[in-house]
Design a protein around this ligand. Structure first.
Ligand code: 1GP
Length: 249
């Protein structure tokens, strides 16, 4: 049985890049979240992330993972805003370290709280360098993390953070402008970081149309994430998926 990380890397190798969709456990009714997850899977997503900057209900969160795993064949992966979102019912967890910021709680504090639980649950842990980039608006991610994002035109800063993460042994770099962001991560920054480090780069935040998604892949993104589009425009997910899966075009 392949690990979730291996499945994701295989999807990327086979399809040119991987497409991940994000569900916020609090934003929609449970049945609607299930419906959206099915649409994501049918549209060709390679995995579903579940998480939020500020979670309103732990019980709903745990139930959602169980329900989605029973419903779809693709991995259902925890993308937690903090240790309170850790569940035993995920296929894997993106173990996020917010390397772009200097908030010790998000660099090591929350990870220490989560670690014993993850061991107890036997969870697959995917160590991920989470990097917040200026988005044009104040996103929940920026507000809740109490960190400053990387300036949009400072590719060198992004590159150095990503390389530090690689040397620290992390396995993924996540370039993020935040859910609902006005602007996505600049493609030149995606390109600069992807070329500079050996780690696969995930890009998310503010990606609402196929052309923008394709731009990130052409810039070197290994995975593209959309969240708001799943909520607001589920009819578009097939197009988004096709745009990301560049090897299938
Ligand atoms: C996940 O922030 C993304 O990293 C999702 O962003 O909701 O803007 O697609 P959107």
């Amino acid at each position: 049985m392949k690990s979730t990380f291996e499945q994701l890397l295989q999807a990327r190798a086979r399809r040119g890049a991987g497409y991940l969709t994000l569900l916020d456990p609090d934003r929609l009714a449970m049945e609607e979240l299930e419906r959206r997850a099915s649409i994501c899977a049918e549209a060709g997503a390679d995995g579903i992330l579940v998480g939020t900057s500020l979670m309103l209900s732990t019980a709903r969160n745990a139930e959602l993972f169980e329900r989605l795993r029973a419903l779809v064949q693709i991995p259902v992966i925890s993308f937690p805003g903090d240790a309170g979102q850790v569940v035993r019912t995920a296929d894997a967890i993106l173990y996020l370290c917010m390397v772009s910021g200097r908030n010790p709680e998000l660099l090591i504090g929350q990870q220490v709280r989560a670690a014993p639980l993850l061991k107890e649950y036997g969870m697959e842990v995917i160590s991920t360098a989470y990097m917040l980039v200026e988005s044009g608006t104040l996103t929940s991610t920026e507000f809740m993390s109490s960190t400053r994002p990387i300036p949009r035109d400072k590719d060198d800063i992004a590159m150095a953070h990503a390389l530090a993460a690689q040397y620290l042994g992390m396995r993924l770099v996540y370039l993020e402008t935040g859910s609902g962001a006005r602007d996505s991560v600049p493609t030149p920054m995606v390109r600069a970081v992807s070329r500079y480090v050996d780690l696969p780069v995930i890009v998310g935040g503010g990606i609402r149309d196929p052309q923008t998604a394709r731009d990130k892949v052409e810039g070197g993104a290994a995975f593209v994430v959309t969240g708001t589009a799943v909520e607001n425009d589920p009819g578009r997910l097939r197009e988004l998926s096709a745009a990301v899966h560049i090897a299938e075009a």
